[in-house]
Ligand binder design. Structure first.
Ligand code: GRF
Length: 217
């Protein structure tokens, strides 16, 4: 099977980008990262991409008059690199409707909650305030409205009584690094279909585990 060419958009740390790059480095992985774009020159992820030998570019949104022209510049760079799928990994800009339409069903994101709960920012603080006992993370196709779109993979993460936003974020992040490469593999293998606004994945069994928090006594 031909390898799916992937572009990754980042704004910062880039740990999910690194998880994707590392997964793609395995000989039998059906995707390859052809370009990393950051909208910030100071994003730490740029050095990680360089260290991994992945081409990267800074496209600074402040150099463009409006969102549409910034997004067009990204689309051009992604096209030049031959990207067939775009992964957002901590990319902190809203995308234009035009960009979402151009890349529709070829544009995915990772979010640190079990969507559709806790869209937006400061997710971990809000989960702690709400007192939920199970949080998690989601990889989903992108639609123009923020943090919406067909869900591909989710992981559940239990909250602890003494969690802080940071400790919870760290535990969720570990699972993000597992589910993002998993979602990418499933897409690259051609097993993911969008039917209506739901994702169907060919050849998958229901996982055996059930997560209870607190555990049964
Ligand atoms: C992650 O928590 C991701 O879910 C959210 O932004 C954060 C990015 O972290 N969209 P990193 O840059 O991938 O380390």
């Amino acid at each position: 099977m031909a390898s799916l060419k992937v572009g990754i958009l980042i704004s910062g740390r880039g740990s999910n980008m690194r998880a994707l790059i590392e997964a793609c480095a395995a000989a039998d992985f059906p995707a390859e990262v052809v370009l990393v774009i950051s909208n910030r020159a100071d994003a730490a992820g740029l050095a990680l991409a360089e260290a991994a030998g992945v081409p990267s570019r800074v496209i600074d949104h402040r150099d463009y008059d409006d969102r549409e022209s910034f997004d067009t510049a990204m689309t051009e760079a992604l096209r030049e690199a031959g990207a067939g799928l775009v992964c957002l990994a901590g990319f902190m800009r809203l995308l234009s409707g035009e960009f979402c339409q151009h890349w529709r069903d070829r544009l995915i994101n990772i979010h640190p909650s079990l969507l559709p709960a806790f869209k937006g920012l400061h997710v971990q603080e809000r989960m702690l305030e709400a007192g939920v006992r199970i949080g998690g993370c989601t990889v989903h196709f992108i639609r123009p409205e923020m943090d919406t779109g067909p869900i591909i993979v989710q992981a559940a993460v239990p909250l602890a009584a003494d969690d802080t936003a940071d400790s919870l974020a760290a535990r969720i992040l570990e699972q993000e690094h597992r589910i993002y490469p998993l979602a990418l593999r499933l897409i690259a293998e051609g097993r993911v279909r969008i039917v209506g606004e739901r994702v169907l994945i060919d050849g998958l069994a229901l996982p055996a585990e059930r997560l209870l928090n607190p555990p049964p006594v």
